[in-house]
Design a protein. Structure first.
Lengths: 175, 187
């Protein structure tokens, strides 16, 4: 017999894309290698013409860590931004590039299905943290602009010291 | 069709200070014939991503020419990168595919699309600035010098025989990503 999980719908204010962009710029990030998702889609409108934090759109998430590696070897400071669904798709790049080479790259991962820490009916949410933990990737979750401003710089700095680090985006960006 | 390692040697003859990304079969022979091992990087951890790594370097350093020595089996794993590369349009990127229509490192099994895929056509349709299809040593000798220096992104498909019995260069040390980063910074 299957057990029905209680569904929690989190009521929260949308994230402000500009707060994330300004925070990444203050960290020293130069490029955002990205595939749009519901959590980060509005970053595009804010970044498409930004010369200080260049947006590199890809066709599939597995490209992101490889492009970021190239940018890094060319002297830049890339950040990867993908959704948890794409994080799963990127497994070989995460393993063979990001983790094995200990690349100092922060990944922002959209937490589709995030229910504020409660049970989710979305397997993309159910499996995300166990998989991130299994790979030994340090992570924190943000769901407010204040958390973005506080946690992203801390985790970015950590990525520069230890290699792969993730910030899971629990909120969605508003217009 | 060209003997694969002969084609690599012909590319190496015209190489100056380009950063070269090799992967799978091309990574086996290149260390023995390269003239600038300090600017070489062997992508071994993630099959199919040579074009993506090359794109990143090309975008980071538009003043440095980047040469990606890819394989048909590898690029099939990252076919969308043709569109990503073309949409970024790096003028300094040359993407070469050694098309042996086999997975050489696993025993020369045929790749899907063997004898069907129009690689140069795919790249052109994706939006590469220039795209060429090389079938013989004569064609490579005549066209490669201008392809190497043409405004990119440039795509070159070279028809090669299987590189299944590679002349691996034993004991040659490959650059780490940190070493290549430092060597690119010094250009």
């Amino acid at each position: 017999m299957s057990q029905e999980l209680p569904v929690v719908t989190v009521d929260r204010a949308p994230l402000n894309a500009q707060v994330m962009i300004d925070t990444l710029k203050k960290c020293g990030a130069t490029h955002l290698v990205w595939l749009p998702d519901t959590e980060s889609g509005y970053l595009y409108e804010s970044l498409s013409t930004d010369e200080d934090l260049k947006l590199i759109p890809v066709t599939r998430e597995g490209e992101t860590f490889a492009i970021a590696q190239g940018l890094l070897m060319g002297g830049k400071k890339p950040v990867v931004c993908i959704q948890n669904t794409g994080f799963f798709e990127s497994g070989d790049s995460i393993r063979g590039i990001w983790i094995d080479l200990k690349l100092p790259i922060l990944a922002l991962v959209g937490y589709r299905g995030w229910e504020g820490g409660g049970p989710s009916e979305d397997s993309a949410a159910t499996f995300l943290e166990p998989v991130v933990k299994a790979w030994g990737i340090p992570y924190e979750i943000v769901q407010t602009d204040d958390e973005v401003a506080q946690i992203v710089p801390k985790m970015y700095a950590k990525s520069q010291e230890v290699g792969p680090v993730a910030v899971l985006i629990g909120g969605e960006y508003g217009e | 069709m060209i003997e694969g390692n002969k084609a690599l040697e012909m590319l190496a003859e015209n190489r100056s200070n380009e950063v070269v990304i090799t992967t799978m079969s091309t990574a086996r022979t290149w260390p023995a014939i390269t003239s600038r091992p300090d600017l070489d990087y062997r992508l071994s951890g993630c099959m199919g991503k040579a074009s993506s790594v090359g794109l990143g370097i090309a975008l980071a350093r538009p003043d440095v020419r980047v040469l990606v020595l890819d394989g048909d089996g590898s690029l099939l794993m990252n076919l969308g990168s043709l569109v990503t590369v073309a949409s970024q349009a790096p003028k300094n990127l040359v993407h070469v595919v050694f098309d042996g229509a086999t997975y050489d490192t696993s025993g020369a099994q045929p790749t899907p699309g063997k004898d069907v895929i129009d690689w140069a056509g795919l790249a052109k349709s994706a939006g590469y600035k220039k795209s060429a299809n090389i079938e013989s040593e004569d064609e490579l000798a005549k066209q490669w010098p201008s392809l190497l220096t043409a405004e990119g992104p440039v795509f070159v498909r070279i028809s090669v025989d299987s590189m299944w019995a590679p002349r691996r260069a034993p004991g040659l040390k490959a650059n780490t990503w940190q070493e290549l980063q430092a060597n690119i910074a010094a250009i």
